[in-house]
Every structure is written in C-alpha cells, then in structure tokens.
Design a protein around this ligand. Sequence first.
Ligand code: PRX
Length: 613
Amino acid sequence: MGLPEERGRGGSGSGGREEAGARSRPRSWSPPPELSRSAHVSSLQRYRELHRVSVEEPREFWGDIAKEFYWKTPCPGPFLKYNFDVTKGKIFIEWMKGATTNICYNVLDRIVHEKKLGDKIAFYWEGNEPEETTQITYHELLVQVCQFSNVLRKQGIRKGDRVAIYMPMIPKLVVAMLACARLGALHSIVISWNEGVDLWWHELIHEAEDVCEPEWCDAEDPLFILYTSGSTGKPKGVVHTVGGYMLYVATTFKYVFDFHAEDVFWCTADIGWITGHSYVTYGPMANGATSVLFEGIPTYPDVSRMWSIVDKYKVTKFYTAPTAIRLLMKFGDKPVTKHSRASLQVLGTVGEPINPEAWLWYYQVVGAQRCPIVDTFWQTETGGHMLTPLPGATPMKPGSATFPFFGVAPAILNESGEELEGEAEGYLVFKQPWPGIMRTVYGDHERFETTYFKKFPGYYVTGDGCRRDQDGYYWITGRIDDMLNVSGHLLSTAEVESALVEHKAIAEAAVVSHPHPVKGECLYCFVTLCDGYTFSSTLTEELKKQIREKIGPIATPDYIQNAPSLPKTRSGKIMRRVLRKIAQNDHDLGDTSTVADPSVISQLFSHRCLTIQ
Ligand code: PRX
C-alpha cells in the first residue's frame, strides 16, 4: 500500500471535477491541518501503525478498548475464538465469551455515574414542524429507560425474549430499545402495528418505578435482530451480540467522526435501520455524545431544512446517505449557502457508492471545502464501519471509501478465490473477524454460512465488487449482482450511473442489466431529471455520448427510461432487483414489502413507453 500522491489540499479549487469518475489517477484531498492537529489519529502514518497492530494483535487491541467499559465479570477464557472456514466445520465467532455486561448500563449508567455526564444533552429532538422541539439529558433518559424496563418486566418480558417495537423517530424509541437491552431482551424494530398483541405506551408507563437493576448478559448473548433491506431478495434476520457490537460501534464512532466531548452529532438515518442502531443510538451514547434526532423530512418546509437544523443546533459532525445528497443537489447551491454551516467539521456518507459529482458538491458546497468527507462502507451484517477515511488522517479521493478500519483485514479475490495483490478488481472479502460482525441469521445458521462463507472458504464474503487502485485505495464498484458482463467486459453499474449523473439534466440514475441476444447483457438505465429539463431523444443521445466518452463504447446503454422517481427502501437504497423486473416488463416482482412508495413501481411500468432505444 503506497503513500497516496497528493495533488494539492482541500480548498485549493475545483481541479478534481474534470478527473472525477475517470479511470485516470484521481485527485486526492488532504485532511485540513487544523482538524488533524486535534484529531485522535492525526496522520496517515499513525493510522497505518494502529491498523497493523489491530490486525496482527486483535486480542490485545480490542482488549485495551474493552477496559473502558463496565463488565460485571471479566472474560474468563480466550478473548476471541472463531472459525471462518466452512471446510473445517461450523462457522462461529466469539468475542469475550463468558464475560458479563449490559450495553444499556454502559451507554447510560456508566455515562451518568462514572463519566458524570448526567446533565449533558443526549438528544435534541426536532419534529417535522421546526418549532416542534424537545431535548433530553442522559440522566432523564436513564430514568425513563428504567421506568420502561419495569413496565416490560411487568408484562412478563425476560432475558432472551424478542420485543417488536413500532414507533416513530422520537426519543421514546431510544428509550424502548435501551429498556429491552437493559432486560437482555432482543429488540426488533418493525414496520406495522399488530392489533390484539401490541400495547400503548401511555397506558402502561404511569406507575412504573424509576430504578431498575440491569440483567447481566453474556458478551455473546444476542442484542438485536435486524432484517436486511431486501434490496437483493428475501429479508434475513441479522443477529448482533452484546459485547462485540458495543466495542465496535463505540470505537468506530469515536475514530471515524473524530468525536470530541463538545461535538453535536447528527446522523439522519432512521433508528429502525442499522445506521440508526449503530450511529444514532449505541455508538454516540457509548461515547456520551450529544446528537440531533430529526423526525421530519429534509424538504419541509423548504429544501434548506437540513442546513437550518445544522445552524440551529451547531451541528459539528453530519452523517447522511448519497441519495439525500443527490436529492438536495437537485435544488442547487442557494438553499445551502443561505445558511452559515460554520459549525460543521466532518461530513459522512453511507449506504451506496457516492458518485464523484455528489461527493464534490457535498465537499465544496455543503462543507465549503473545509470538512473532510468520511465515505463509510459497511453493511447491516458488519455492525459498523469497515472501509472509511479517518478525518484527521486520510487523504480522500471522491468516491473511494479509502482504507480499512482498525481490526479489518480486507482482500480482493478473483473468481477462483485467489487473493489479488496491488492494483486489482474482484470480490471484496474480509479475512478475519472484527468485534461487530453478525453472528448468525436468526433461526437459520445454514443460510448464514451459505450466504457469507460458502463461496470462498476462509473468508467473509461481502457480496460487493471492489477495486484497489495504485495507491491502495479501495473503491466499491457495487453489489456483485449489480455487475454487468457486456460482451465479456465486466462493468459496474455504479460507474455508469456516475457518468450519467455528471450530465446537468440528470439528478439520479439507476442502471440494471438487461438480457441481450448478442452481447449477453446490456445496460438499461433509469434516469430522474433535474427540475426544468424534459426527456427527449436529444437528451438520450447526449447521455449515450457522455457514457461513451467517460467509460468507453462498450458501456453505451441500449435503453434509457425516464423515471420521475425510483423505487427505494425506506433507508433510501435503490431497489435494483425491482428495476430489473420493470426493465423486462416482468410483473412478478417477488417481495416488495420494503419499498417505501409502491406507487413508483406502477408509474415506472407505465413509463416503459417512454423508453428510448
Ligand atoms: O453494497 C454496499 C452498500 O450497501 C450495502 C449494505 O447495505 P445495508 O446492509 O442496507 O447497510 C447500509 C448501511 C451500512 C453494501 O453491501 N454500501 C454501503 N455503504 C457503502 C456502500 N457502497 C459503497 N460505498 C459505501 N460507502
């Protein structure tokens, strides 16, 4: 892994724009020196030393971190035991098995009593109406969590039980999750109300005591089940456990956002998704952070809402998804620049590859060229960040998630399962466990083994394609299912999407594979236009030309369809599986229960006539 070649530092102009997205050596942007000076990790060299130790001596590295937490009983046996190789038997991962603790105790009682942060605000909450606000301190949260734990106990909830929670993005949702964790019950945040089974909060909370002894859990007891978004098929119940997850989300939060006591953190994700679990609830709270919790939508009452919230609460670290960035980018710079944003220090993204156009807009307009962008690659299954820059240490390249986090050992494999060295492209896998890795698929351990460990024995297989460039930077090229083989050339849909959205008329694009009698597969593109543009054959010709120039003639799309909206999961992920069906006019869509707005699907089927071939 060679040192990245630095071509000027952030703030020195827009030279990255021409090169962004192309295969030529892209420009890198250095962390701002003023941020590096006070950062936990202040240079690339320091990052590399720490990373080497964390991978070579994971037990010692995580053992030191574990000392910062409260353990009722220490780890009696091996700190880490695992088998990643299906040919050698059952896959298992155990961190600190036999140690006992409670994650709720660690993120509340420890913060209030040990760290003396009871009066610190845990959450500023804001509803859809800007004047609808409230705030809650760590001490107040502790009281409410104890009360609700007692309510649950009275309802007969015991350690190991599963509790489904159906609530909006309000502090009480955090209370409910933590109350489950306090009792050692697994929480599972769901999407519908279950008549006859579910109970109303306000009818139960009245006389509950505000003290509640936590249930001491084994580090390897399950903490929660989260169903994956379903963007690639039938949802799986991903199981995370108490001890490892706690260490991992606390540590990634601290280093990736370079957390300091005075920060105000805002992660826009829904708590019901892994990003919300890890970076709204557990990660920030384990560090005693103050966060913003926003229940509204980013375009109400107008499209500058996000930035008005940033100014109102003096948000220092802001974390969102590329889809939100692209949405806001459509409305131009004015709604952003009319707000100060002076408090912002670090910007983050998660959920899908961020195309360089959106990255540069985020960096140049939102962050005014002074805030590093942490492009965090991870999965529901990984519990926390896997590939990511560290804001004070890592020179950034737009569109690259850069380097592995501590304890993470990535590799790129070819189809035969051989590890590729240096510059390479192939399957992204991980060679050894990190504390936050999922332990099983709920009720189906075999599916866990088949999905993640069978294809390449000895590795955790992410299902994502990845490229490593000449500087050792990792670039996610999209899900392997989103890779296309056009006339024997492997193409990533993300790369084509990136070329499409570089056109001024295109706000968002999704590309899927379509069967082709000669080429095997061809490209079918869905494009959402920016306000003020119309779909026409002139536009599609321009788009085809742009892709030919940026990537090459092999990537020229066969179909381009006007898509006023794209089908997305509630976490904002484009459902390419559904788009593939629409492209083929196949109405047998399978499970669409996770589509945020199902009307988009019929709209796209009826718009097929607007496809231009
Ligand atoms: O394909 C990768 C993409 O999102 C997948 C994981 O989705 P999910 O389990 O819903 O978790 C989302 C929140 C972590 C990955 O397999 N993905 C996530 N982050 C990035 C990304 N692709 C590229 N760059 C990222 N930063």
